[in-house]
Design a protein around this ligand. Structure first.
Ligand SMILES: Cc1ncc(COP(=O)(O)O)c(C=O)c1O
Length: 400
């Protein structure tokens, strides 16, 4: 029995069975590579599900975390936490619409705070009837009861009823449907700039700008879920900046801590002021360890990494588009280093398996899409290596 098989067996006995793990047990990582318990090396192109913007064990993140670990771990929000305040200031500077930051530990928690605040904002202003949340079909916003209800995928809600009331869905990318759905009861429209978990689905150009315009005219808030798309993943600090619009609220997590759990809600002054004393909170939110790492991530992104990632993203994309000649790649979609490779004549699952056997970890979404979210530290040579492995996997997978 290999060590990986042994871990798989122990997982089957000890863990709740809610994850469908692949037969890989990574024990060490460096840059874009991980090594499993049996010593096999992989190019990790899922990036911890769009988390590891700096790759594994980046020296700047390790330094920030270890220095903070030697200094102060946790004190709670009963006191001022200087690292948290510093991070708030630095994050707000990246998103000019935002004047206030709230910290938590995950994407779901950042969205939970965003949704609660959207309702409270209107309630505080004497409009409690404005409590409805409009969201999009196919979306993913997390696994708390509020966020699975807002998420547009039935399979994640099944069995957890009764759900949170006051939530409606419209088709993603459909401006006319959004316009029709907005009314005097709408508190907010919640949307991902690119639907990541749905398979890196891009809305038509101008969709976010139209959503901004329509929500403003309807008196509703525009809430962007940038948990997957934010912190440089798409080649800009925030994906909405490609469209030059500004939301009222925005959530972040994943890449914010580059692997250390931290989430954030950024809010305009007008809306953020309504998260009043005692109305919301988190024991670990804004803990010095997470904030120290996030400050290091921002410093790297702003110190040239974001700029360099655009070049390697273009290089990777050209390589992936080159695979189309083999006939099994129908489309490469996404932005920056959040990419969806749409396959045809073959199923994504067997391609993922064939890639894994060749030392490349990617993520199959449904039967048609492979998601790639490698670190922004990727080099052109590493991108070429991944493209070659993926090409071989596409050729080796059985015809659908
Ligand atoms: C867009 C989006 N929102 C929210 C979440 C939930 O984040 P977390 O798993 O950290 O709670 C995810 C996770 O995949 C996501 O992609």
């Amino acid at each position: 029995m290999s060590l990986t098989d042994d871990w798989a067996e122990r997982a089957r006995r000890a863990l709740t069975p809610n994850y469908k793990q692949q037969p890989v047990a990574p024990v060490r990582g460096e840059g874009v590579r991980v090594w499993d318990a049996d010593g096999k090396a992989y190019l990790e192109f899922l990036g911890g599900v769009a988390v590891n913007v700096l790759g594994h064990c980046h020296p700047a993140a390790v330094k920030a975390l270890t220095e903070q670990a030697r200094t102060l771990w946790h004190v709670s929000n009963h006191y001022f936490v200087p690292k948290q305040i510093e991070l708030a200031e630095r994050l707000l500077a990246t998103a000019p619409f935002a004047a206030r930051a709230f910290f938590c530990n995950s994407g779901a928690e950042a969205n939970e705070a965003m949704l609660k605040l959207a309702r409270k904002y209107h309630a505080d202003r004497g409009q409690p009837q404005r409590h409805e949340i409009l969201a999009t079909a196919g979306s993913f916003h997390g696994r708390t009861l509020f966020t699975v209800t807002v998420g547009g995928q039935e399979k994640y809600r099944h069995g957890f009823e009764p759900l949170v009331p006051g939530i409606r869905h419209v088709p993603y990318g459909d401006v006319a449907a959004l316009e029709q759905a907005l009314d005097g009861k709408t508190a907010a429209f919640v949307v991902e700039p690119i639907q990541g978990e749905a398979g890196v689905v891009m809305p038509p150009p101008g969709y976010l700008a139209a959503a901004r315009d329509l929500t403003r005219r309807a008196g509703a808030l525009l809430c962007l879920d940038e948990v997957q798309t934010g912190m440089g993943r798409t080649g800009r600090m925030w994906a909405h900046q490609h469209e030059g619009i500004t939301p009222d609220l925005m959530s972040s997590a994943k890449a914010l801590g580059a692997g250390f759990p931290i989430g954030a809600l950024l809010a305009s002054e007008e809306v953020g002021a309504h998260l009043t004393a005692g109305s919301h909170g988190s024991t670990f939110g804004g803990n010095p360890l997470g904030c120290a790492v996030a400050l290091a991530v921002l410093a790297e992104l702003e110190g040239g990494l974001l700029e360099r990632s655009r070049q390697v993203a273009a290089h990777l994309r050209r390589g992936l588009e080159g695979l189309a000649a083999g006939g099994r790649v129908a489309q490469v979609r996404g932005l920056g280093l959040l990419l969806g490779v749409v396959v045809r004549g073959v199923k994504a699952g067997p391609v993922m398996q064939a890639a894994r056997e060749r030392g490349l970890l990617v993520n199959a979404i449904g039967d048609d899409v492979l998601r790639l979210a490698p670190p922004l530290t990727l080099t052109p040579a590493e991108a070429d290596e991944a493209v070659e492995k993926l090409g071989a996997a596409l050729a080796a997978a059985p015809a659908a």
